[in-house]
Design a protein around this ligand. Structure first.
Ligand code: MN
Length: 227
């Protein structure tokens, strides 16, 4: 017996203590900072959280060069805290949700904003806007056993050395524990799943040649160049 086509390589995030974290699924929450919800034209106080997904192979391990994708003229950066799970389950109580967390990393949820807006306008799925090749650069993963569970601290993004996004983890509308709890009502979470926790205000477009630096206090910065 042999495979008809080669089995896909697993996507593996290196960790700060020299281990490796294979990624199973990639979940992302929408509009989880009030100021970003407002800049997108929504009222942050009246919306329950919602999620979307990307293929694991949209991850670019460690950042570096990513290609400007086709079919867009408005490719946006979204700086985010990423949570990695080493345990799973369904209907997790928020009070117990931290038990599922392996660690944290800095990530980018790159978005074809024009195609996302078109999908919103037409009531269509977000996949063309969000689930884009190379749209999920993720930096080094830090275990919670080393850094704890960050609940405040700066989240910022510099584009060519100029500060564009500048938020704090204490501005999350839905906490990491609440995110895990609510998501686990809809999906049975499992070891290897990662969750992008939303972006602060200040999202904007990139062009080829741009250099992005993304920071969350206590974690390794993410560096990306658009080519
Ligand atoms: Mn996002």
């Amino acid at each position: 017996m042999s495979y008809i086509v080669p089995a896909p390589d697993p996507v593996i995030l290196p960790t700060s203590d020299g281990n490796e974290f294979p990624v199973r699924r990639v979940y992302l929450i929408g509009r989880n900072y009030a100021a970003h919800a407002r800049e997108m034209g929504y009222d942050p106080d009246r919306e329950p959280p919602f999620f979307f997904t990307k293929w694991p192979n949209t991850i670019v391990v460690g950042g570096g060069k990513i290609a400007y994708p086709p079919k867009t003229e408005n490719y946006h950066f979204e700086a985010e805290l990423v949570v990695a799970l080493d345990k799973g389950g369904a209907n997790i109580n928020a009070a117990n949700a931290q038990d599922l967390i392996y660690g944290y990393a800095v990530g980018l949820d790159m978005t074809r904003r024009d195609l996302q807006q078109q999908a919103k306008d037409m009531g269509r799925p977000w996949d063309y806007g969000k689930n884009v090749d190379q749209s999920c650069p993720v930096a080094l993963l830090h275990p919670a056993s080393e850094i704890g569970h960050p609940e405040n601290g700066a989240v910022w993004l510099d584009q060519n050395g100029e500060r564009k996004q500048d938020g704090d983890l204490n501005q999350l509308i839905w906490s990491v524990s609440e995110i895990i709890s609510i998501l686990s009502e809809h999906y049975t979470l499992a070891p290897g799943d990662i969750i992008f926790t939303g972006t602060p205000a200040g999202v904007g477009p990139v062009v080829p040649g741009d250099k992005l630096q993304v920071h969350v206090d206590g974690l390794t910065d993410l560096h990306v160049e658009i080519v």
